[in-house]
Design a protein around this ligand. Structure first.
Ligand code: NAD
Length: 378
C-alpha cells in the first residue's frame, strides 16, 4: 500500500473554540485581513473575531464584500485591501465563499494582484502566499481543510477549483456553535455538498486507504445525523457530528479530489451563477450515481448502507434518504427555459476541469454527460 496525505497544519474542533482564535493565531502575523460576507459582518462574528485577535495583540482589517460563488474580482478586491493595509495573514470567516475568497486573497495579495491566471492554472502559485486561517460557519464545503479555492469568472462563465498545497490553511477552526444559525434550506444544501464530497473522494480513481477512511467516517455521520440537523437546527450534538463529517470529507477531497458530478455542478453554477453549489449538485446526483454505480460495487454498497441501512442499491438508498429533505432544484427551470444549454454544459465538462473529470470511476464521454443532464432536467 502507498499513499500521500496532506491536511491543514492544525485543526481545532469543538463548541466555543472560536474564542481561542487569538492564542491559536499567535505567530502567524501582526495584522489580519478578516474576510467575510455581509451576513457574517451583520451577525457581529467578524467584529468578534477581530476583538479576540486584538486581545492577543493582533490588529485586523475587515473585508466584508464576499459574494456567493465568489468571483476573481471579489478575490482581487480582498487582496488589494490586504496590500493597502499591510496585512500579513488572512482569516476567512464564514461559509465556503468566504474561506475561498480568503485563500484567493492570500495569493492575489502576494502575486501581483490578479488571481485569475492562478485560478485557471496558467500560472503557478509560489510559497509567498500569506498564512491562511479558516473559521467555518457552514458544514458543507470542507474548505477549512482543503487545498482548493473555487473562483468564478462571470465573463468566461467558468468556475474552476484553484488547487495547491500552498493554500491549505495553517489553522482550521471548526466550532459547531457557529452553525446553529444555519437555516433549514442551507442545512440541506451544505449537508448535500458533504455527502457528495464523501461519495466522490471515496469513488475517485485517486482514492487511497487514508482518504477512504475519512470518506467512510463522513458517510456514517451523515447517515446518522444530517436529518436531525435539518429537522432541528439547534441540536448541537447533530451539528457537531455534521461538522465532523464535513471536516473528514474535506480532508478526503483534499487528497482524492472529486469526480464527474462535481465538474458538472461547477459548470452549471459557472453558467447560471445564481444556482447554489449544493442545489446544482442535488439536481444531477441521482443520474450521476446511476451512471457511476456500475463501477466499484463494494464501495457503492457501503454508501447505500450508510444512508439507508439494509439497502445495497445506492440509487434507491439515495432516493429514500434525500426524499426527506427539500431541495429547490433550480436547474430544471433553467433548462426548461433554455434547453440548448445542455450542450454547452456537457461540452464544458471536458474543458477546464478535464483533469477532475478523468478521476471519475467510470470513463465518461460527452454523450454520457449530456444523458446525465437530460435525465436531470425531467
Ligand atoms: P456560502 O459561503 O456561499 O454561504 C451561503 C449563504 O449562507 C450566505 O448567504 C452566507 O452568508 C450564509 N451563511 C453562512 N454561514 C451561516 C450561518 N452560520 N448562519 C446563517 N447563514 C450563514 O455557502 P457554502 O455552501 O458554505 O460555500 C459555497 C462555495 O464554496 C461555492 O463557491 C462552492 O463552489 C465552494 N466550495 C469550495 C470548496 C473548497 O474546497 N474550497 C469545496 C466545495 C465547494
Amino acid at each position: 500500500m502507498e499513499f500521500e496525505f496532506i491536511s491543514p497544519e492544525k485543526i481545532v474542533f469543538g463548541p466555543g473554540k472560536v474564542n481561542e482564535s487569538g492564542a491559536l493565531c499567535e505567530g502567524l502575523g501582526r495584522r489580519a485581513l478578516i474576510v467575510c460576507d455581509a451576513y457574517t459582518l451583520g451577525s457581529g462574528l467578524a467584529e468578534r473575531v477581530a476583538g479576540i485577535l486584538k486581545a492577543a495583540g493582533m490588529e485586523s482589517t475587515i473585508y466584508s464584500g464576499v459574494i456567493p460563488n465568489p468571483t476573481a474580482e471579489c478575490v482581487d478586491e480582498a487582496g488589494a485591501v490586504a496590500m493597502a493595509n499591510d496585512c500579513d495573514f488572512v482569516v476567512g470567516v464564514g461559509g465556503g465563499s468566504s474561506m475561498d475568497t480568503a485563500k484567493g486573497a492570500a495569493v492575489s495579495a502576494t502575486h501581483g494582484g490578479k488571481i485569475w491566471p492562478y485560478a485557471i492554472g496558467d500560472k503557478e502559485i509560489t510559497d509567498s502566499v500569506l498564512p491562511i486561517v479558516a473559521i467555518t460557519t457552514t458544514s458543507g464545503t470542507g474548505s477549512q481543510c482543503t487545498c482548493f479555492a473555487v473562483i468564478s469568472n462571470h465573463e468566461t462563465k467558468q468556475k474552476p477549483g484553484m488547487g495547491s498545497p500552498l493554500i491549505l490553511p495553517k489553522l482550521a477552526i471548526v466550532d459547531p456553535e457557529l452553525m446553529l444559525s444555519v437555516p433549514r434550506q442551507l442545512t440541506a444544501n451544505t449537508g448535500f455538498d458533504v455527502f457528495t464530497h464523501a461519495v466522490e473522494a471515496y469513488t475517485s480513481t485517486a482514492a487511497s486507504a487514508m482518504s477512504d477512511m475519512h470518506a467512510e467516517k463522513s458517510l456514517i455521520l451523515l447517515g446518522g445525523f444530517l436529518e436531525r440537523c435539518y429537522k432541528d437546527g439547534s441540536d448541537l450534538e447533530a451539528r457537531e457530528a455534521i461538522a465532523l463529517a464535513d471536516t473528514c470529507a474535506g480532508m478526503a477531497i483534499c487528497n482524492a479530489v472529486v469526480t464527474l458530478p462535481h465538474v458538472i455542478a461547477h459548470v452549471i453554477s459557472g453558467h447560471f451563477e445564481e444556482i447554489p453549489h449544493g442545489d446544482a449538485l442535488h439536481s444531477i446526483y441521482r443520474a450521476s450515481l446511476k451512471f457511476n454505480s456500475r463501477a466499484l460495487p463494494g464501495k457503492h454498497r457501503f454508501i447505500a448502507n450508510a444512508i439507508d441501512p439494509g439497502n445495497n442499491d445506492v440509487v434507491s438508498a439515495f432516493e429514500n434518504y434525500f426524499s426527506r429533505f427539500e431541495f429547490v432544484n433550480m436547474l430544471k427551470n433553467k433548462l426548461a427555459e433554455d434547453p440548448e444549454a445542455i450542450d454547452r454544459l456537457a461540452e464544458d465538462t471536458f474543458t477546464y476541469m478535464l483533469g477532475i473529470t478523468e478521476l471519475n470511476p467510470v470513463k465518461a464521454t460527452l454523450e454520457d454527460a449530456k444523458r446525465i443532464l437530460v435525465e436531470s432536467s425531467k
